[in-house]
Write a protein that binds this ligand. Structure first.
Ligand code: UT7
Length: 331
């Protein structure tokens, strides 16, 4: 067998969002906020919320099934399942293992990847290394979240921003095109600005942690905002350079769907046209690791990506983490 590095690419995409819609007007009844404030500061109009008994692996399963069918790949032929999530069904076992069982993907190794909102960008990069090295042929990368379950619904700084959903991509080897370059990064010195303080070894769950709301997400929105505005175009330029490309070569840009103002700042700095940028945060809010694959699926369904297009994705989030992929679309 040749030891030559192989090209890896996406050969099937699928997504799923829960049916329950929570609008900005609904939130006006829950916290001191307004539709006008949320729309003007974030671009979000509504988001999807999982049922009480609906788990991250439930959403992941539905997205994964669609991606596999799209790729015309049987689950039993998967070599690896990778679930990017910060809202796993439980701390362990990995949500990827629960998904592996639901899919009956008996040959597949399975693990979760925790890079918060950058999870899908990290996942695509990890998958492409396994394909390039010939360790595996068929990898399923899923970004799935039920953020609604870790939100403090009395905290208007966070509860207006997020939503639930899942997106999945099958990554396989290709003769040409595919994932041209990846860039990943992290800065743990800013880990304080976005976190869920309790439930780990630092603050194991207890009556006190629950009484103090430490099992919910906490965020210093301003600091995350400043970081995001700084990082998106920087990492975009970095990944393009790695692939010997410039922003003019980008046909389609899928940014992490966190805040319209963050996206607009990046688009301006990269000098991209508005029609080259995909935005669906108005409908779903920030779905963390699921945001890029959901957007990718919707962009494909809408016929906005064609064969040969250079598709740029950039994610950023807690950690702090960031990641970007440049993909030459090939299916
Ligand atoms: O995937 C990464 C996850 N995180 C993010 O992407 C978050 C990034 N950060 C952001 O998107 C923005 O910082 C926010 C949308 C969270 C906040 O927007 P902002 O323009 O930075 O607002 P701010 O925090 O500076 O607050 C402005 C005002 C404050 O009132 P005062 O002090 O000016 O009187 C806030 O108390 O808006 C108030 N405010 C709200 N008002 C109505 C904060 N949250 C709300 C709210 N509704 N939900």
């Amino acid at each position: 067998m040749s030891k030559k590095v192989r090209k890896a690419g996406i050969t099937g995409v699928g997504s799923y969002v829960p049916k329950n819609i929570l609008t900005n007007h609904d939130l006006e009844e829950m916290v001191e906020t307004s539709d006008e404030w949320i729309k003007s500061r974030t671009g979000i109009e509504e988001r999807r919320i999982a049922d009480d008994d609906e788990t991250t692996s439930d959403l992941a399963y539905k997205a994964a099934r669609k991606a596999l069918s799209n790729a015309e790949l049987a689950a039993e032929d998967l070599d690896l399942i990778l679930v990017a999530t910060m809202t796993p069904d439980m701390p362990f076992p990995a949500t990827a293992c629960l998904l592996q069982d639901r899919l009956a993907a008996k040959q597949a190794a399975a693990f979760d990847l925790q890079a918060a909102c950058s999870g899908f960008a990290y996942g695509l990069s990890v998958a492409s290394q396994f394909i390039a090295s010939r360790a595996y042929n068929n990898v399923l990368v899923v970004g799935a979240e039920t953020i609604s379950k870790i939100l403090n619904w009395e905290d208007r700084n966070t509860c207006i921003l997020f939503g639930d959903g899942a997106g999945a991509a099958v990554v396989q080897s290709l003769d040409s095109g595919g994932i041209l370059a990846n860039v990943l990064g992290a800065d743990g010195s800013d880990s304080e600005v976005l976190k869920m303080p309790a439930g780990g070894s630092q603050k194991p769950a207890s009556l006190t942690t629950v009484e103090n709301n430490l099992h919910y997400m906490e965020m210093d929105g301003n600091s995350v905002f400043k970081f995001a505005v700084r990082i998106v175009d920087k990492v975009a330029l970095e990944v393009l350079k790695k692939a010997d490309l410039t922003p003019e070569d980008v046909d389609f840009f899928i940014p992490h769907q966190a805040n319209i103002r963050i996206i607009e700042a990046a688009v301006k700095r990269l000098n991209l046209n508005e029609e080259e940028v995909f935005i669906n945060l108005d409908k779903y809010g920030n779905t963390s690791a699921a945001s890029i694959p959901i957007a990718l699926d919707e962009a494909l369904q809408a016929g906005r990506i064609s064969m040969g297009d250079k598709v740029l994705t950039v994610g950023f989030g807690a950690g702090l983490t960031w990641g970007a992929n440049i993909i030459e679309w090939s299916y």
